[in-house]
Design a protein around this ligand. Sequence first.
Ligand SMILES: [Fe+2]
Ligand SMILES: [Fe+2]
Length: 154
Amino acid sequence: MQLTQKETSLLKDLKEQEQICVEKYKKYSMEANDEQLKNLFTQIGKTEQNHLDIINQILNGTVPEMQSGGNQQTQLSFTPTYTAGDTTSPNKQKDSYLCTDLLSTEKHVSTTYNTCIFEFRDTKIRDILNHIQKEEQKHGEQIYKYMEQNGMYN
Ligand SMILES: [Fe+2]
Ligand SMILES: [Fe+2]
């Protein structure tokens, strides 16, 4: 599969962003205080590694076959660790900061995918990028739900 210069440069941009995601989730899973949040970050980090692998494959000229979903368990319900009104706990403040940072990272990545999708000629690649973008939106939802259930939204 032959990529145009523009497509190659967009893929390199996506690759860079996925690398940042992999690193951030790895780092933040170690820094988080709450066990549930650690697990959530570890779980999302694995799908970021998968995204990175897919982008690398496309960059190398192969169009990977997408395994039709279902293998990704989506955890959207959390047992609150932190109390809603408590804003003084340093652990909660730290975890809240990590969530906010990753939420804005996901928003940014999702926007980049949306922009890229419109630039690709190949339908299969468009579908793959669309599939990844959907997963980024899911990540955002998972983090949002965690924050909501732990009273981190004001
Ligand atoms: Fe990703
Ligand atoms: Fe993501």
